[in-house]
Ligand binder design. Structure first.
Ligand SMILES: [Zn+2]
Length: 92
């Protein structure tokens, strides 16, 4: 019981198991929210290429940093672009 309480206390003050790796991770801000002039266009492959990897897959939210609303918009835009053959479904 005493041990349990001690461990809990250590978790709360970040002195002992403090990992500087996690400190440097900055919270990503959604590119579409931060830039009001940024208009996502499915007819613009240069813009959408930032949201796909080299295989043509849509990047996950942890990579794009987009909020859920805009990630959905990105996904739709990429899928539309694929349909009109602006972006590839797959590469190599
Ligand atoms: Zn957003």
């Amino acid at each position: 019981m005493a041990d349990k309480k001690q461990r809990k206390n250590n978790k709360n003050n970040y002195d002992e198991d403090y990992n500087p790796k996690f400190r440097k991770q900055r919270k990503k801000v959604c590119v579409l929210c931060s830039d009001k002039n940024f208009v996502l266009d499915y007819k613009n492959p240069e813009q959408l290429r930032k949201f796909i990897n080299e295989k043509g897959k849509i990047l996950p939210r942890r990579s794009t940093g987009a909020c859920s609303k805009h990630q959905r918009d990105i996904t739709t835009a990429v899928k539309r672009a694929r349909h009109i053959a602006i972006l590839p479904y797959t590469q190599n």
